[in-house]
Design a protein around this ligand. Structure first.
Ligand code: ATR
Length: 280
């Protein structure tokens, strides 16, 4: 069949081609919306990335997701929007008028998941964010955009927290990792962006008992789905948002850009991916 008649297809570019939930999510939406299209995993080594991305449409793709270790370089190989630039990494690529654009959908994934899971969360004036990597930059950008007054930022390596404060301005207040306990009583929102609590990693040592009663706790870790942090927060009666919700919500924009319809994060989709995550 000539290329022009082929159904649209997107892909996930990574190296090595790690197990990813993205095909499960996009195939579900293609089926649910009755769209003829595809989503594959493309294992592309670093030395081939520039050529692969430069010729993405020649490979038959209308766009792509990008994952480890290519997210930073993908930004340089495309025309990034403000979000990709602020995070310093692109996770979604698409064509518009023959030009390859990029964005970072972790910001809206984080915010839309909070809006869906814990409405009213943005009444908080003070947030405490743990971690200062790429995921943290997306979270901090989103919190500032939504008008959170102060984002207290704690990281094991203090210099990385300071770098985010330098980038995002006075709303970001660096906090020493050892003094997190002092900020907890003021935090209307606690967000873990570190890998602590992830399967095979040490547990995050934070006393949720020190948080105010109306506080919301969000964890970006989704393996396991119920992290020790979320379990402790729920046991205290606090409202929570989990990492799987963010994963599902961050996928919406790419699908819409590639296939032209905005998909929904439904309980059915969540159950499907939850089943896959809990099988690990
Ligand atoms: P991502 O892009 O997912 O944010 P990353 O940039 O590798 O990933 O960031 C991982 C985060 O988890 C960092 O904030 C890291 O702290 P450092 O900057 O000090 O490395 C944090 N992290 C990982 N292991 C940790 C540990 N054992 N204790 C405390 N923080 C840890």
């Amino acid at each position: 069949m000539p290329a022009a008649e082929k159904p649209p297809a997107a892909c996930l570019i990574g190296w090595p081609a790690a197990h990813s939930r993205s095909p499960l999510i996009h195939h579900h939406w293609l089926r649910a919306l009755g769209i003829e299209g595809g989503y594959t995993i493309e294992s592309v080594p670093p030395e081939d990335l520039a050529d692969f991305v430069g010729r993405l449409s020649h490979h038959g793709f209308v766009g792509a997701n990008v994952t480890i270790p290519h997210k930073e370089r993908a930004l340089l190989l495309s025309v990034p929007d403000e979000r990709a630039k602020a995070v310093g990494a692109a996770n979604t690529l698409w064509y518009q008028g023959g030009t390859l654009f990029s964005t970072n959908t972790d910001i809206e994934g984080f915010l839309n998941n909070l809006d869906a899971s814990v409405p009213g969360w943005d009444a908080a004036t003070d947030a405490l964010v743990l971690g200062a990597g790429g995921a943290s930059r997306a979270v901090v950008f989103g919190l500032i955009e939504r008008g959170i007054t102060r984002v207290h930022l704690a990281n094991r390596t203090a210099g990385r927290a300071q770098a985010l404060a330098d980038q995002f301005g006075a709303a970001v207040v660096p906090v020493a990792w050892e003094t997190v306990g002092e900020v907890l009583p003021r935090a209307g929102l606690l967000v873990n962006t570190t890998s602590l609590g992830m399967k095979g990693q040490p547990t995050l040592d934070v006393d949720v008992g020190l948080l105010p009663q109306e506080a919301v706790v969000a964890d970006l870790v989704y393996v396991p789905l119920q992290t020790p942090l979320l379990t402790a927060a729920r046991a205290r009666g606090l409202r929570t948002a989990d990492g799987l919700g963010m994963l599902l919500h961050q996928a919406v924009r790419g699908f819409e850009l590639w296939f032209g319809k905005r998909p929904e994060v439904t309980p059915e989709l969540r159950a499907l991916v939850e089943d896959d995550v809990t099988k690990v």
